[in-house]
Design a protein around this ligand. Structure first.
Ligand code: ADP
Ligand code: ZN
Length: 287
């Protein structure tokens, strides 16, 4: 009999749910708009109720509580998304399905998917950074997703500013952290147009590359991952990759000898499927 595994990639705009067999062959997937928790989770139930699931893997937008010793393990934490703060996500799934549930951030799940099936195959460690509506990073270290008392928040590190950069930044908490300086909305504010419409020769791309490279340098110095994978809407600008590598090389100043930058700072191998793939893999290992 086929064993079915469930996966949820829970994002701020949509939930992608999938069911696969043991070979990771996807049997069915759906995309559900993120509304209030009750409506959204009911649609998730309607989908999964069709299967006798063996386990479920969830990669969620955050911040979330991933600490198994915490009273609020499995909950969504402080979020501006109406109704979601304090939602007991894992609890709702457990009550319905009584199966093992893997629970981590969307970006940790994506890093895990990329490590096993995507651009970081053959390694034991990688970082997955998405640069989209926000900036978020996940990591796999020694084959395991990286969590501590909580989960990494790589998008919110502080950076050294370019001297001539007067843009105040857009993070509601820190103004000019990495997310505040380079996420899609910041790019939009800097230029007055959506990222997708900015000319390739616009000077803003050098600015983007400088800050992103500075972030990658910090991650490299702290975690020494074998590969860094960049995804998200803003990274659809493929010409950013060489700019980021060049700036990274300059800023690192030959201090750490990284793998060849072409193989070190790379696009996703799974495109939009990194997260859901990671969730399925985590489901298979859930106990
Ligand atoms: P989310 O982060 O919400 O999951 P995305 O990763 O698609 O979604 O990121 C959306 C952001 O990326 C928006 O701010 C959008 O302006 C920006 N974006 C989308 N496509 C492009 C593109 N081709 N070039 C630059 N920016 C883009
Ligand atoms: Zn911030």
């Amino acid at each position: 009999m086929t064993k079915w595994y469930g996966a949820i990639e829970a994002g701020g705009t949509k939930f992608v749910c999938a069911v696969s067999d043991e070979a990771l062959e996807i049997k069915e997937r759906v995309s559900i708009p993120t509304e209030n928790p009750e409506t959204t989770i009911q649609a998730v139930f309607d989908f999964f109720d069709q299967y006798a699931l063996h386990s479920i893997g969830v990669g969620s937008f955050g911040p979330i509580d991933v600490n198994p010793t915490s009273k609020t393990y499995g909950h969504i934490m402080a979020t501006p998304k109406p109704g979601w703060e304090g939602f007991d996500f894992v609890g709702a799934l457990k009550n319905r399905y009584h199966v093992p549930i893997a629970w981590t951030t969307d970006v940790n799940a994506a890093a895990y998917g990329e490590l096993h099936r995507g651009a970081a195959q053959g390694t034991n460690s990688c970082i997955y950074l998405t640069i989209g509506t926000g900036v978020g990073g996940g990591a796999v270290v020694n084959g395991q997703v990286l969590e501590g008392f909580s989960h990494p928040e790589m998008g919110h590190i502080q950076l050294k500013r370019l001297e001539n950069d007067t843009y105040q930044g857009k993070c509601p908490y820190h103004s000019d952290c990495l997310e505040g300086l380079v996420a899609g909305p910041a790019l939009g504010e800097r230029t007055g147009k959506p990222g997708a419409e900015i000319e390739k020769d616009d000077a803003v791309w050098e600015t983007q590359a400088y800050y992103i490279a500075q972030g990658l340098m910090a991650y490299t110095l702290v975690l020494s991952p074998e590969r860094i994978i960049l995804g998200g809407g803003v990274m659809k600008q493929a010409h950013l990759f060489p700019l980021i590598r060049e700036s990274f090389k300059k800023q690192m100043a030959d201090y750490v000898v990284t793998p060849d930058l072409e193989d070190y700072i790379v696009p996703t191998g799974l495109g939009d499927n990194s997260g859901i793939t990671g969730c399925l893999l985590l489901a298979m290992e859930a106990k």
